[in-house]
Write a protein that binds this ligand. Structure first.
Ligand SMILES: NC(=O)c1ccc[n+]([C@@H]2O[C@H](COP(=O)([O-])OP(=O)(O)OC[C@H]3O[C@@H](n4cnc5c(N)ncnc54)[C@H](OP(=O)(O)O)[C@@H]3O)[C@@H](O)[C@H]2O)c1
Length: 200
């Protein structure tokens, strides 16, 4: 299984740290040359590998942690996304719902990546919190996952556990996804709620 993170700002780097902390290789990419990411990537760890966007999207599982509108550009980099899993980490704050045909934001995004399975997740915590070690107060920080594909949600849930988080499944993109998304200038009820799960 190979991994990539598209977007290497606050959220992309916070995610990259989690991969690095578990010694898991992850490609990172923006629209810029990979050389411009080299110093920041090296500062996080040797398993964080800057690549061109066109190379990074070859990964099996791709976190999109760029601004919401970037989905429309990223999705054009491959003619088909068959067999891949996209993790939508973006928030569509400030995007008028009518621009998305009234759909939940991740439903609108899912339509762009033809053939991919899409999981909405890792998007509800502020960057400063996501950046922290996920083992806190004797428990594990919760990340919410929503998907219309149960298998993909399970796969990303296992990855979240490997990265040190406690995944909580919220259901499909039109049900659970609504709780952890931005719609216009409003936020779903679970956005920015920082929960910790304790072992039984
Ligand atoms: N910040 C938060 O607290 C927070 C919390 C939860 C979710 N989010 C969501 O996470 C996403 C990223 O937020 P952020 O705070 O990390 O933003 P950021 O610090 O501004 O970083 C955005 C990154 O995306 C890259 N990028 C922009 N357009 C791109 C494109 N078309 N293709 C590839 N890469 C592109 C940027 O590259 P350049 O530097 O070259 O422009 C930059 O590396 C947003 O959708 C945001 O809503 C943010």
């Amino acid at each position: 299984m190979s991994y990539a993170i598209i977007g290497f700002g606050h959220i992309g780097q916070a995610l990259a740290k989690k991969f690095a902390s578990k010694n898991i290789e992850v490609a990172v990419a923006t629209k810029r040359d990979p050389e411009s990411l080299a110093s920041a990537a090296a500062g996080i760890g040797p398993t964080v590998i800057p690549k061109r966007l066109s190379e990074a999207v070859k990964a099996d599982t791709i976190f999109v942690a760029a601004l919401f509108g970037a989905h429309w550009e990223v999705a054009k980099t491959l003619p088909s996304w068959n067999g891949k899993t996209i993790v939508d980490v973006t928030n569509a704050f400030g995007v008028p719902p009518e621009q998305l045909d009234g759909l939940p934001s991740s439903k609108a995004v899912a339509k762009l990546y033809t053939g991919a399975k899409l999981v909405k997740g890792f998007n509800h915590l502020g960057a400063a919190v996501l950046d922290q070690e996920p083992a806190v107060h004797g428990g594990k920080r919760v990340v919410f996952l929503s998907s219309d594909d149960d298998g993909a949600a399970e796969e990303i849930g296992k990855l979240a556990e490997t990265l040190g988080f406690a995944p909580v499944y919220l259901g499909g993109l039109s049900e659970g996804g609504m709780l952890v998304q931005a719609r216009g200038n409003t936020w779903g009820h679970l956005i920015f709620e920082d929960f910790v799960k304790f072992d039984d």
